[in-house]
Design a protein around this ligand. Sequence first.
Ligand SMILES: [Zn+2]
Length: 168
Amino acid sequence: MSREQRSRCMSHVRSVNTKPELIVRRWLWSRGYRYRKNCRRLPGTPDIVLRRYGVAIFIHGCFWHGHEPHFRMPKTNVDFWESKIRRNQERDNRNKEALKAMGWSVLTVWECQLKPDVRRQTLLEIEGFINQSYLVRHGDKAQSKFSYSTDEETLFAAAEPEGELYQG
Ligand SMILES: [Zn+2]
């Protein structure tokens, strides 16, 4: 592949990889969760942040973030890709640790976990993770989660929901 072809190909991969975020956001929205997206004030700019649950979620493309089970190294420029993906993984780990040190519960969701045959299970697990985090944080005050709130998540949510559905 020429440089231009590769760059075109990879930008396609990148744009496809953003769509799994929509699956998760739309699901959370439909379940009544309110969140911020692409929160730049936090390490690594988490894709979804649920502040009152103390949860930061990253949705990672299996190629760019080197998901071991099916990461396939391109056949050309192996050195380039190896070091690129490794740097991404190292940065992911640093960001995750930094968030945990700040008291966040961090969840990484892989693109492959949102494919149609496993999607529902993954979404239920995400919800389980969020509620678990909330319980750990708030203990027996947990019933207050349904109280009305005008916090920034609620206000921010006015712009939702997002447009398109991911067509797996
Ligand atoms: Zn994967």
